[in-house]
Design a protein around this ligand. Structure first.
Ligand code: RB5
Length: 154
């Protein structure tokens, strides 16, 4: 699957890095939907997590990127949304494997954690890697069943 459009969001702590990520994505010919925030003014990250997740839930983009200070708050908020599998990553192996094995649809990272070069590599690994399916599909289905309260996955 070739990704040609992606939704990106951040809070104030991820704003500067988000601008670089958007530049990088556009250089790669990927259309970006930027849901904010639009400044360094303090704001609440869950609102932007929801904006990115809604675009994925509505099928507007298949993948999203969320940037805050650590990537952790964004991933916690994103994972409360039905159908969202968000992964906070600060290494490229995890960014690749979370696509291959978890079919993650949102990548989260922290501007206070990763440098600019690593952030671009995380983005590239995430969007260039396909879900492997097979036994991993069964496990992703188990996550979905937990979300629907159909199973405790025990
Ligand atoms: C904001 O100060 C910070 O708490 C936020 O960006 C994020 O790191 C939360 O997880």
């Amino acid at each position: 699957m070739k990704i040609n459009k992606i939704t990106v969001g951040c809070d104030h702590a991820g704003y500067a890095l988000k601008l670089k990520v958007i530049e990088h994505l556009k250089e790669r010919g990927i259309e970006v939907i930027d849901v904010g925030t639009d400044s360094l003014d303090s704001c609440d990250y869950p609102a932007f997590a929801s904006a990115v997740c809604k675009n994925i839930q509505n099928g507007i983009t298949e993948l999203g990127i969320l940037i805050c200070g650590t990537g952790i708050g964004m991933s916690m908020a994103a994972n409360k949304h039905r159908g969202i599998r968000a992964a906070a990553c600060s290494d490229t192996f995890s960014a690749r494997l979370t696509r291959m094995h978890n079919d993650a649809n949102v990548l989260c990272f922290g501007e206070r954690v990763v440098g600019m070069g690593l952030a671009m590599d995380l983005v590239d690994q995430f969007i260039d890697t396909e879900f492997e399916g097979g036994k991993h599909q069964r496990r992703v289905d188990m996550i979905t069943a937990i979300e629907k309260n159909e199973s405790s996955a025990e």
